[in-house]
Design a protein around this ligand. Sequence first.
Ligand code: NI
Length: 183
Amino acid sequence: MIYPIVLYGDPVLKKLAEDIPEGTDIKELVADMFETMYAASGVGLAAPQIGKSIRLFVIDDTPMMENEEEGVKKAFINPEIIEEDGDDWAFEEGCLSIPGIRADVDRPEILRIRYYDEDWNLHEEEYDDIHARVIQHEYDHIEGILFTDHISALKRRLIKGKLANISKGKVDADYRVRIPSKR
Ligand code: NI
């Protein structure tokens, strides 16, 4: 099932998401989130973006890799970033909830994360470079943070009008969206 993607301006995107009770059957939801992400040509999707304030996100950054086999395709359930390390680096980010806007965001290059997979096995892993970037962006979503919260006040002023339009549903997206003011 493909969910509509919640747009900027919806309060669910600003909420701290809740842990999922351990053992909950979430396989179908995880499959639906991958389906929704692929339908929108995204490399990551967090549960708040389909209107669910729970700590779950999926990523598949294969399209961003030079070699396909380097791509990471995973679901992260009740994740916890334990540590971030390395130098901050800038990378231009976008977001399915904020169509048509991209901006450079500084983030640390390395992270350690602990999370459950969809079979409730616990993992602890280290990621760097683009993998870390995609995870940090999606992790922010379950903390109620958007990439536009990281950009300079000047840049934010420049895109203020565009953000207002998105929250009114004036967007050009080639996937199904949920307009905040029409809830
Ligand atoms: Ni996003």
